[in-house]
Design a protein. Sequence first.
Length: 33
Amino acid sequence: RQSNYTIIWFNLTFLLIKATTAIDVYNMASNIF
């Protein structure tokens, strides 16, 4: 049970980091162009 929650939280955190990174890259690109 506990390991399942750990995997779920890990996936959510990974997606969140990926999303914020994509937003940062998008903002940087829009600032450059």
